[in-house]
Design a protein around this ligand. Structure first.
Ligand SMILES: Nc1ncnc2c1ncn2[C@@H]1O[C@H](COP(=O)(O)OP(=O)(O)O)[C@@H](O)[C@H]1O
Ligand SMILES: [Mg+2]
Length: 317
């Protein structure tokens, strides 16, 4: 296990002229992140994602709970934990006036690396940043800035990388590019814990995830497991004899429904059910003119667990 965390809690108290306010940002979060996986923390704004990541990366102390990170105790060995991780903050970017190379070399020196210049050159190359490495940070595009921020977090080659909302604010092309880079990191052995409020990002990118809401984990699993748990999949078929087809497919389905010439077949796992359904139709000589598989989404999961959609809860989709 790369991260094992139990019962993490954090309450913030703020004092203003209006009096004292407390916010229970994280209320008992457990996490298990395996080595070499992309693990997601999905939740709406204010759910406690950043606070959780900041606790796990030693930036703030939890009020309660324990965690072991890359074999080190979070509370007793924070310096050892820090050596094992890279941290890229939400909206983390680059300084306007210094160059990416200078900032990455600074990070390499902070980590007491033997050859900061070479380390910087390597990570710049890896993130296709060599060309703009010596320009002032302000001249970089949003996507390039985000890549520099990640390069800074990775300069010391940590086995674990924290990415707090890495693609927020990026256009679709830069998002897709960053997803590929994050997958490459995973494929080269780095464990990644990332937070997001994008359903499609959690679905496409994460091997496993937790969904959090109001500081608590409401669901945990692979994207596929979570979606199957709530509502299964629906296969929509256009067939010559829908009633007879429904009878034929009944043994394979939770439920079948005929609506004029359309037959809907509700199954637990559409991808695995499909071949058997097609064979059964074929054997009965039932002609098929079209077929579609629709899966439930992570928003259906969020709705089932919290009674709200992620959109209502204040996140874009
Ligand atoms: N330093 C802080 N002081 C007071 N309240 C905070 C602080 N940091 C976060 N919070 C509050 O804690 C809750 C969770 O915040 P955060 O962890 O940033 O959520 P997320 O990253 O999921 O959007 C929010 O209500 C936020 O306003
Ligand atoms: Mg946040």
């Amino acid at each position: 296990m790369m991260i094992q965390a139990q019962g993490l809690r954090k309450t913030f108290t703020t004092r203003s002229r209006k009096g004292t306010q407390t916010v229970e940002a994280v209320r008992g979060v457990d996490l298990d992140v395996a080595e070499g996986e992309i693990f997601g923390v999905l939740g709406p704004n204010g759910a406690g994602k950043t606070t959780t990541i900041r606790m796990l990366s030693t930036l703030i102390a939890p009020d309660a709970g324990t965690a072991t990170i890359a074999g080190h105790d979070l509370l007793k060995e924070p310096a050892a934990v820090r050596r094992e991780l890279g941290y890229v903050s939400q909206a983390g970017g680059v300084e306007d006036t210094t160059s990416p190379r200078a900032q990455i070399m600074m990070a390499a020196r902070i980590h007491a690396m033997a050859d900061p210049k070479r380390a910087a050159a390597e990570v710049l190359e890896r993130f296709d940043l060599t060309e703009m490495a010596d320009r002032p940070g302000r001249t970089l595009s949003g996507g390039q800035k985000r890549r520099v921020a990640i390069a800074i977090g990775l300069v010391h080659s940590p086995p674990l990388l924290f990415l707090d909302e890495p693609t927020t604010g990026l256009d679709p092309q830069n998002r897709a590019n960053l997803w590929d880079r994050i997958r490459q990191l995973r494929d080269s052995g780095t464990s990644v814990l990332l937070s997001t409020h994008y359903l499609d990002e959690a679905d496409a990118l994460c091997d496993r995830l937790v969904i959090i809401d109001h500081g608590q984990v409401v669901a945990e699993g692979t994207p596929g497991e979570l979606k199957r748990e709530v509502s299964g999949d629906v296969i929509t078929l256009r067939v010559d004899e829908p009633e007879r087809a429904a009878g034929t497919l009944k043994p394979y389905a939770r439920e079948t429904r005929v609506d004029e010439d359309v037959l809907r077949v509700y199954v637990d796992d559409g991808e695995h059910a499909l071949p058997a359904l097609l064979r059964a139709l074929e054997e009965q000589g039932l002609g098929l003119s079209s077929i579609a598989l629709d899966r439930s989404t992570l928003d259906d999961v969020f709705l089932a667990k919290t009674g709200r959609t992620l959109r209502d809860a204040g996140a874009a989709t």
